[in-house]
Design a protein around this ligand. Sequence first.
Ligand code: C2E
Ligand code: CA
Length: 558
Amino acid sequence: MSDIFNNEIFEAFAGAADNVYIYVCDMATDISRWSRSAVDYFALEDEYISNAATVWAERIHPDDIDLYTDDITKVFAGTKKTHDCQYRAKNYLGEYVWVECKGSVIRDNNGNPKIFAGLMTRIDGQSKYDNLTGLLTTQSLRDFDFTSQTGAALLFGIDGFRKVMGHYGYNTGDEILVVFAKKIKSMCKPNWKLFRFSGDEFLLLAFSENRKNICDFYKKVCQETDVIELKDGRKVGISASAGGVCFPEDADTREVLINKLEHSLEYAKNTDRGTLVFFSEEIARKHERGEILREDLKHCIKNDFQGFELYYQPLIHPEKQTIVGCECLLRWQGEKIKDSYPIEFIKVLEDYGGIREVGYWVMEQAIKRQVEWRDTYKNLWVSFNVSYQQFMDDAFEERLDLYAKKYNVRPEDMIIELTESCAVSNPKELASMFNRLRRRGFKIALDDFGTAYASLEMLKSLQVDYIKIEHSFVRELAEPGHDIDFVIIDNLLELCRHLGCQSIVEGVENSQVADIVGTMDANLLQGYYYSRPVCLEDFEKLLAADQETKEANTKDVK
Ligand code: C2E
Ligand code: CA
């Protein structure tokens, strides 16, 4: 084979850009070599092809073929110096993409054509076709008049894609998107249109379809894409949620269609991942509330955390039945929204990034509080909640140091709880941060333990001081038919002992549950039975009463 192909320079150029393809042709044999990206993108048979002009003639749009043939013939005949033309060529999905092809002929010492080499560049890719998947971009949505036709639109989103990217890296993330797009595309009818919407989202316009057909289609897509097989043989399990809108009855303009699809997908992701949700009035109301909530939260944060407050819930020593610490739990009343629970407003804060500032506010308040109580209530531990997203903030350790020094807190008196351990995409990084914090004396707790497989997985890499056993196992412990909860808790406690960490059993709601848990070997208890989370004033009353009990107990012993 000609040595013009076995050339490191070819390799270097070939890998340089993902929307530029390079080629070199030995004109004596008419064999050409194409960069790997061209082979994949234009579904060529091999890197080496014979008679490239014929191969391309099959791929070039019929309207552009004469232009192409004319130009290339002139170049080969020597009447034109360089090949330079733009045409549409079919990609691996069977879609036409605009390319610009430029090349020159290199002649031998006798002036005979020897090598033809050049570049093919995808143009108009920004607006019309997506570089990665080759699908249409939403720019080209305006080319489709769906308002005068009936049909259904779907917006697919891969669940937890950020986490997938964090776990497998960007390149694998891209590969997953390409396989996913290819799969959906292969299942579409010829008159349907599939677009890369953004990131991991894909929009489908299924003309002449009704709601039922499109629901069946969605189910099939889920079945076909639940395991993505990568080039290197690895398999990645994924799930996709979707929002759905029928047109033109539910959307008579492009903007309305896109808005409604986005809101429906958001709703599906937040309430029931891995399902298709069609737009409804409830979704519209939820979305509107979310918008008001976000603005209200931003306004309050700007106004010196107006409306934010910490509530405190005691941690109880099981034998002594006294308070040994408390968990700080965030409460908020906005100017417009007065009835939002943490589960709702913390999600909004996390989604738009406001949790960062609020989290630091909670951190400072919790530390300040511990120091204020330290002299009166000896050895009182104070815990506060931190999500994975907060832990991963660059300034987290710096802020902790800052407040620890400012208030002169003893790190041993603070417990930092990791909420939502299932969202951890980089356990190694988190493990080294935990180790640094623990070396400085801070205690770390794994919250809501037992709710996700991820929490068990987490224990392999993370060393923690406390494991908090989720209240869903505990609350109904005394009810008939809940023997399995007892077995689960008992085994989780055994696991804690085995790992050398302390246990906190949450969700002790009544005396019957307290009695049962009392027979087990938990280190600390928490729940409504002892106290609901209460405001500062009420918690200080609880502390004062608890102090009296402790003093009375000491006198009794004397
Ligand atoms: P969590 O950390 O698991 O907090 C415990 C939740 O269980 C609290 O709900 C508490 O009120 C509730 N709880 C306590 N005892 C019982 C009981 O006996 N029975 C039942 N059914 N529930 C009980 P809350 O305060 O609504 O907090 C919900 C979640 O919000 C927390 O779950 C935590 O994940 C998050 N959160 C609260 N404050 C903060 C914060 O400052 N930062 C962050 N990142 N998350 C927070
Ligand atoms: Ca917690």
